[in-house]
Design a protein around this ligand. Structure first.
Ligand code: AMP
Length: 538
């Protein structure tokens, strides 16, 4: 029986306790070790007054310990909230507040962030307790945790009897929100298990696989890496984040780890192509290369397909709200032209893609419409936010079943004569930059709270760099305020993560307006694309 995400991993631990489960920086954690450590952590959490359904924020950088923390939380019948520990403390505080987290599990590099949250009062005001999972070699964390890693050994390594069921939340993933508040997407055990049922079979993932774990654990793609790999009894190889800046070393990582599956956002693949780090017939063990999260530029795909003729290439598409991926397209032959569009393909098992007009009627073949998703991957909604949930998750107009819902992705799409779906663009101001999902509105909210500005607008401009899209800010300073790009970037850098900070800036006397008197964002975007901005700060 596989009702909960942890069941598949435990079954593998029973069958192959000594086999490698997670490999990181040369250290190997076996299935048996992973199972025992996560069972002990689950028991320690429960013994520490952590109750079923409690949210546990994970501030554990990607490592075997992070996988233990994820599984341990699930095994305590709790819900984990992975937190990007490189974010400024005020945004982390918002996520802790919105998720109603009762616990934080933290290690290593997260210690200074936790110290800040202690000293700014966030943890005491929100009554959040902290479990320190750091190793002894890391020394004292600089704060007094409610428990520490050493206490795990006092608890049994046997699995608990779980109270949760498949429809209970497994994790909450926070994404950028246009109103300035991050949105928490609730993902249930069954959401992920349905995707795994399809993906493990379609890709034929098995115990001999050696899969990459490239995306950060707060990206929903990582859920496939972790549970897809560990449910199959395969090996999960985690690259260190520093490798992202070193394309040669990332290629060496794939080669030396003899990976059989690579899965990431396209920007890193594009980056590797730009630095030409892949040799002819490189990575002989690699069987599958999968990407998801944004458009993979066709010239870079051609580069990869020409280099690796022994590999299968699959485009996966889907928003966090529909769990990992909702559609797929395996590219049968290398595209001939650099401007060939690659379809997002057909729905994965248990999912349905609908391209509808404003009246929620199916558009005709070839016509562009709004893309909706229906199926087993659909999240129950945004955490404790019925209003936002009602706007994005609608009753299925073709069903009389009130529980049958469709999710409005905000993407525009068309369907060709063979029933293949093509992604056309966005209907709103959500963008992807280096794989990060960003609402330009969240950046504008931060800028609008800066007193020294009269007007400000944030737009995204296309580039041919690996980041694909750059964030650009046009602003009008208050007279005599002396506001400038460097100072503004510093100010909003205290509340927004680095990947959301505009890199291109234009100071103006007034912002251009359209006929309705609204800021003419299209004109601004074109100005940036023509390179009319004055300041670039990376
Ligand atoms: P996220 O929630 O971070 O997974 O972002 C979801 C959004 O990323 C989708 O709504 C699309 O706009 C975009 N996206 C995801 N996969 C693809 C893909 N294969 N091709 C183009 N855009 C994609």
């Amino acid at each position: 029986m596989r009702l909960l995400l942890q069941h598949g991993v435990s079954r593998q631990a029973e069958q192959r306790p000594g086999s490698p489960a997670v490999v990181y920086q040369g250290a190997v954690m076996s299935y048996g070790e992973l199972e025992a450590a996560s069972n002990r952590l689950a028991r320690l959490l429960r013994a520490s007054d952590c109750a079923r359904g409690d949210r546990v924020a994970l501030m554990v950088p990607k490592s075997p310990d992070a996988i233990v923390a994820m599984l341990g939380t699930l095994k305590a019948d709790c819900v984990y909230v992975p937190v990007d520990t490189s974010m400024p403390a005020p945004r982390v505080a918002k996520i802790l507040h919105r998720s109603g987290a009762r616990w934080i599990l933290a290690t290593g590099a997260a210690a200074p962030l936790v110290c800040t949250l202690f000293s700014d009062g966030t943890l005491s005001q929100q009554r959040i307790r902290v479990g320190w999972l750091g190793a002894r070699s890391e020394g004292e964390p600089g704060f007094a945790p409610d428990f520490s890693r050493d206490e795990m050994s006092a608890h049994s390594a046997e699995a608990r009897d779980y109270e949760n069921g498949a429809e209970d939340a497994a994790h909450i993933l926070f994404t950028s929100g246009s109103t300035g508040e991050p949105k928490g997407v609730v993902i249930t055990h069954s959401n992920v298990l349905h995707f795994l049922d399809w993906a493990l079979e379609y890709f034929g993932i098995c115990a001999s696989d050696r899969n990459s774990g490239h995306p950060p654990l707060h990206f929903d793609l990582s859920t496939f890496d972790v549970y897809g790999t560990l449910t199959a009894g395969a090996q999960l190889h985690l690259p260190t984040p520093e490798l992202n800046l070193l394309p040669h070393k990332l290629a060496a990582f794939i080669r030396d780890s003899a990976l059989t599956q690579w899965f990431s956002v396209p920007s890193i693949l594009n980056y590797m192509a730009k630095f030409d780090v892949v040799r002819d017939d490189d990575f002989p063990a690699l069987k599958r290369l999968l990407w998801c999260g944004e458009v993979f530029p066709t010239p870079a795909l051609i580069y990869w397909m020409k280099k690796l003729r022994h590999v299968t290439f699959t485009n996966l598409y889907g928003p966090t709200e529909a769990t990992i991926a909702s559609s797929y397209h395996t590219v049968a032959t290398c595209p001939e032209h650099e401007d060939d569009a690659i379809p997002i393909g057909r729905a994965c098992g248990g999912e349905e893609l609908l391209v509808l007009d404003e009246a929620l009627k199916q558009v005709t073949q070839g016509e562009v419409g709004d893309l909706y998703i229906r199926g087993a991957g659909l999240s129950p909604g945004y955490w404790q936010d019925p209003e936002k949930t009602a706007v994005a998750f609608l009753p299925n107009p073709y069903s009389t079943d009130a529980a049958d819902r469709i999710y409005k992705t905000g993407d525009l799409a068309r369907v060709n004569e063979n029933g293949l779906v093509y992604y056309v663009g966005r209907a709103d101001s959500q963008i992807k930059s280096r794989g990060y999902r960003i609402e330009l509105g969240e950046i504008e909210v931060a800028l609008n709270s800066v007193a020294s500005l009269v007007e400000v607008a944030v737009v995204a401009a296309k580039t041919d760099g690996f980041e694909g899209t750059v964030i650009c800010c046009a602003f009008v300073p208050s007279p005599g305020s002396g506001a400038n790009a460097v100072a503004l970037r510093k100010t909003i850098g205290a509340v927004l993560p680095a990947y959301m900070l505009p890199t291109r800036w234009m100071q103006m006397d007034k912002l251009p307006k359209n006929q309705n008197g609204k800021i003419d964002r299209r004109r601004l975007k074109e100005s940036f694309e023509r390179g009319e901005d004055q300041v670039a700060i990376v």
